[in-house]
Write a protein that binds this ligand. Structure first.
Ligand SMILES: [Zn+2]
Ligand SMILES: [Zn+2]
Length: 304
């Protein structure tokens, strides 16, 4: 089965919003499943606009506990309850995320009508599921911050329909059996899956690294990513500011993309001081060819 992986940039700004960019949040849709990376203020409205569905299997990953990345979380949980979510939601983040949600809930009462599981993780730890894995690594910021990579396990090989028909395997459960790697018996003939199923295909890999200076741990985490979403807060002219505040320039982000051999770089967490961020794209483009500067609510499909 071909499951699509789509990325919607719900908010692409950083620190404070401006007329064009909301605070950081990225939604990955893998088939029916949702992954939200960071939840800046206003994310719930963008999330609704993206029509992602409110009762799907969903995990929220928080990079760090700066306000622009978490102030949207209470509103998101509150609204999901009001809109009828009943399914468990998992929140994953660095130390302090449990205290944040517990505190808000104690003082404001979120009226959660669905179970919430909160997990604090450290660099080097993972969240595993049957078909993918999310790894955390240290970013380099002014407070502890995690970068994440979402990686699908290898996908099963391509099923050769014409060959299956030629071999006389009838469509239906036997095709499914072959696709899942088992031989089938046709009268006296045994058909091994290798006859009709190609070699396993690489899964999609997406890395989310904000807020951060360019650093070796992110380069390592991002190795071979199909899409690298990297802090690109400033232009070259503000490089001192970038290093002072624990951020990156667009060109520095491009250098991380180049070193990690990523296939595409999305410039992200753009400072509110840039109403027109196209100079950042031009600067990044001199270092790494495949850069994009997504607008809020832009969606792209990522393929391996
Ligand atoms: Zn930030
Ligand atoms: Zn920050």
């Amino acid at each position: 089965m071909n499951i699509s992986v789509r990325v919607t940039f719900l908010g692409t700004g950083g620190s404070v919003p401006n007329k064009f960019r909301n605070l950081p949040s990225v939604l990955i849709r893998r088939g029916p499943e949702l992954f939200l990376f960071d939840c800046g203020e206003g994310t719930q409205r963008q999330f609704l606009q993206a029509r992602a569905g409110i009762n799907r299997k969903m995990r929220i990953f928080i990079s760090h506990l700066h306000g622009d990345h978490v102030f949207g979380l209470p509103g998101m949980l509150h609204s999901l309850s009001f809109m009828g979510r009943s399914r468990e939601l998992e929140i994953v983040g660095p130390k302090g995320i449990i205290e944040l949600v517990t505190c808000v809930n104690r003082v404001v009462k979120l009226y959660n009508r669905f179970p919430i599981r909160i997990r604090e993780i450290k660099a080097g730890q993972t969240v595993k599921d049957a078909e993918y894995i999310v790894r955390a690594a240290s970013a380099q910021h002014s407070i502890p911050c995690l970068a994440y990579t979402f990686e699908e396990k290898p996908r099963s090989g391509k099923f050769d329909v014409a060959k299956a028909k030629r071999l006389g395997v009838p469509e239906g459960p036997l095709w499914k059996k072959l696709q899942s790697g088992n031989s089938v018996q046709l009268g006296r003939r045994r058909i091994p899956p290798s006859l009709v199923v190609g070699p396993p295909r690489r899964g999609v890999k997406i890395t989310y690294a904000v807020d951060t200076r360019p650093c070796a741990s992110v380069v390592k985490l991002a190795a071979g990513s199909d899409l690298l979403i990297h802090d690109s807060c400033f232009a070259d002219s503000a490089s001192i500011k970038a290093s002072e505040y624990g951020h990156s320039t667009a060109a520095e982000a491009a250098n991380v993309a180049r070193k990690s051999r990523s296939r595409m770089l999305a410039l992200f967490h753009i400072s509110a001081m840039y109403e027109d961020a196209s100079p950042l794209l031009a600067e990044a483009g001199k270092v790494f060819r495949h850069c994009i500067l997504p607008r809020d609510m832009e969606t792209i499909t990522v393929v391996a």
